[in-house]
Ligand binder design. Sequence first.
Ligand SMILES: Cc1ncc(C[n+]2csc(CCOP(=O)(O)OP(=O)(O)O)c2C)c(N)n1
Ligand SMILES: [Mg+2]
Length: 373
Amino acid sequence: MTAVQPLQLLSPEGGASVEPPEGLDPERLLSLYRNMVRLRVFDRRALNLQRQGRINFYAPASGQEAAMIGSAAALEPQDVAYPTYRESGVCLQRGMSLRTMADQLFGNARDLVKGRQMPNHWSSREHNIVSISSCIATQIPQAAGTGMAQRFRGENAATICYFGDGATSEGDFHAGLNFAGVFRANTVFFCQNNQWAITVPVTRQTAAPSIAIKASAYGFEGIRIDGNDLLVVYKTVREALEKARSGGGPTLIEALTYRMGPHSTSDDPRRYRTEQEVETWRRRDPIERLQRYLEARGWIDAEQVERIAAEAKEEVDRAISEAEAVGPPEPETLFEDVYARPTPQLERERRELLDLIRRGVVSRVTHTPIRGS
Ligand SMILES: Cc1ncc(C[n+]2csc(CCOP(=O)(O)OP(=O)(O)O)c2C)c(N)n1
Ligand SMILES: [Mg+2]
């Protein structure tokens, strides 16, 4: 079967003659460019932090900045986002500070999820970002349900559901898209086809000519786009969200992109993919592509490029050194957030732990037995 060509606005050379889509004026484009740069700097530092043993895990986003920032930029504040562990850029674009993101990586006392999740599992009620599950595809039926609720309640809101190419082989993908189609949920399914599901290439994920084509079996539209083209990502997601909010039902968007780094810090991609493949995608770098476009339009100059990079580095350095200095959450917090009113058993356990800490049997900082006690 022949490959389905993705929609594209910005060619790898930058496409200077292309007008930006509605909603993206030069100022907004510059702010999206800035966020892509902030994300990449954060990403590199986070990877290094794990290599230095200062955090225990990280799943990098490098190469996928346009797909993340462009799609999240199209959201309205009332829209709900279901990201995966890789969508750090969605959190950033929705307004989460780098400081809050760094707090989560360290699982410190300021961490919104109180150190209970692995790094990369950001969530925030304030930013309408639902808790991330490590289990692949579980968020797909959940996001279908949220979109159904938005439709039933007549809300002027939509839900965006992120997942990878690997997630499309899970049963939850079928259940979620089927429900969304039948009940015309206000859900936009955004698949980042980054070519790999850890060691499994997308060619082994499906025999279909695209992932987008699967939408037709569920009775709605599927669109394949160039995920490294910020303009087409923004435009496509914005239109799909508008359609969902106005009762037009779901859309499946397949954004073709590439994971430039390892799957996570527990992976060595040199063992299963060629340097030549990586090099091909390096030439399609989403940040460089947008930068060439902004330069060609006269909306950015060399001095601004340098300043944005320097400011991002400074901000990331500050966020990380502050987060590292905070220290872990108080042990009492272990017992919070499970029940509105704690059960007698939880109360007993809480008192027991505090007693052990008071008597010096358990460390207050690490919550583990003190050697020799
Ligand atoms: C149900 C389930 N099966 C297997 C895993 C192990 N696992 C973690 S990430 C991953 C690959 C996911 O690939 P994809 O959906 O393409 O997302 P990407 O990591 O490429 O962004 C797998 C198999 C898991 N977390 N959950
Ligand atoms: Mg993938």
